[in-house]
Design a protein around this ligand. Sequence first.
Ligand code: FEO
Ligand code: CA
Ligand code: CA
Length: 730
Amino acid sequence: MDSTRRSFIRGIASAGASSVAAVALERTGYLDTATALAQTAPPSDFSAFRAIAASAADAFEVPEGYRARTIIGYGDQVLNEDGTVVTYGYNNDFLAYFPLNGSDEGLLFINHEYPAPFFQHGVTTAAAKTSAQVEIERQSVGNSILHVKRGADGGWSVVSPSRYNRRITGAGPVHEFTGPLADNATYPGIGLAASGSLANCSGGITPWGTALSCEENYQDYIGYGWDQARTGTTDYINGNGGTVGSPAKYGWVCEHNPYDPSFVGRKHTALGRFRHENTAFRALPNKPFVLYMGDDIANGGVYKFVSDLPFRPGRREENLRILTSGKLYIAYWAPQSRRTFDAPGGNLTSPASGTGYWREVQEAELVDTNARIAAAVGAPEFQLHYATNRPEDVEVDEDGTVYIALTNNSTANDTHGSIRRLREAGNDPTAVGVGAQFTWDDFAAGGPTGKADPGQQGFSSPDNIVFDKAGNMWVVTDISSSVLNNPTNPNAYHRNNAVFMVPRTGPNAGVGFRFANMPIEAEGTGPYFTPDEQTLFVNVQHPGEETPTPAKGGVYGNVSTYSSYWPKGNKTTGQNPSTPIPSLVAISKIPPGETPPPGGNVIPTPPPAPGADRTPTRLAFVSAARQNLSSLTGSRGMAFTLRVDEPATLTVTLYGQLTTRKGRRAKPRRLARVTQRVTAPGEVTVRLRPSAALRVLLRRERAVPASLAVTAADAAGNKATRTKRLSFRR
Ligand code: FEO
Ligand code: CA
Ligand code: CA
């Protein structure tokens, strides 16, 4: 364990020149954090970090000064208010935060992409699975809707029970089809309804408050043995018109309302059926609604849907019909659609910019969009002008520019991928047809930069993208687990998959700064900021997924043979051998003045070194405050004295119950908080002074019941908390 921990610290130390500011220094000749950041964009809480080095360790790592914690993982259970047990699914991917109370409380809508039979029950051969084993798999994919809340210390937890907590799985509830192919005799495999949802990769949100979940690699499910004998339905093997091998009920974009537990999921056939990665909208009031999408298959296309109905802000019932009718278009790229190279990791042989237009997709092409368009235009034409290097995420910037993560494509020798940018003709999202040409260019290229600085050696295989308010792009990478850390692979420099921040303007435009490392054989998915950008959620998908391959030789039930122990253990250091668990992680910045606990930026937290301090600070109240209201409303604030037995960082919070207009006691609210460092054992005096606005309110009170909470964090990160009841009177 120690060597990895040490090398990680060394990595950070040597990555010193790797902060955003330092790169500005390289290019501008002076170092001033504020100036350097201003040259990029206004800093967000997350944009001013010291980039970390690449790592092959079995740990989730973020820069020092940030805190990372798991919130929930596969198999964890919470409750609905009606008593239903809600079990978190496997391989979490897309996530979106739907506010209930700003950035402090909301709903997380999460996708679970595919099961892992080996880790779930040990049987990887479809024919050998029992019905019960198949049921475990069916229940583990689909979506989770979780009610989450941020605590006083910035950490997140699931509110349980809650009326919002629920699951959508591969087994149900039933989804209904909408659009031209629903209940259409020409496409008998589709019908009116489907058993649940599966292959839920990434997704998107709509401006009317729904979530879109994208069914991606539906074809893989043919191999899981979800047949009629074991599931009671032919939905999973039922191809269009009875063709086994392509279950027509899957491969769609599904719409859900996280706020409404009774909402019936909708599969929108107007959006086409392909390996849907995600969706990104552009909505102009009273204009057709536009949804961009990518087909995540090597040589898949980029699409957009233009609705028949206009988007009407605030008219939710009308907007809920928007995705049921409209036209789908595929991007035609000139001079050619694919980035091509003379060899894997070799020289670029294609232009890095060009023009293009949106070609209409015919109704008869929707059911198997990619293959039918290729058949209609001919394979060579499709390959030259429509095929791209596997579109993963598509995102729309505030100015309307569309960014597309083209992750990689071995058939084009594109090992590292790129992020392409598309600007619509006249910046009009509804522009279509050969007469309305868009322009495109490859904005950021994957691959090694050749820079020695460990924090900016370059990303590879971009996947999901998110923008922060300062305009920086955040990118997660998805190098296939089967080639990760293979020394002969051109990706080897990258080590584990990671999260990068890429400024889009200023001297650092296009530079990837490494912000987080994933554990062994995992990819990070679904990055999403709370509206206040104090939390970045990231899902960790498929840690240890190579375990059952013959080369890794994992033995079910013998955890020491598993290739990852994350998040409860760390295979690299031998810490706590355990089954790897796909999990949801929340990252927050540690507030100024607060001492970060050692290892708080790493999951799992490394165990304390032998002989380390494991005893929390002993805390005692010496003098409680003079409990009169004038001390609270006065100019110096209220003072009280504590005793501590070792150096510590104290966080002192005063809560009080004011009087409501109706003369009742309101719920306790925070009146004041102070953080104070104590450098030596002994007595310490702390002063608390409510804000001016609160002091005005307090002057109206006759008596205020209150409580004082003191948390002491010692240098080793051990925490102790004491509380004391107080009563302030005139
Ligand atoms: Fe499921 Fe395209 O990643
Ligand atoms: Ca993806
Ligand atoms: Ca992926």
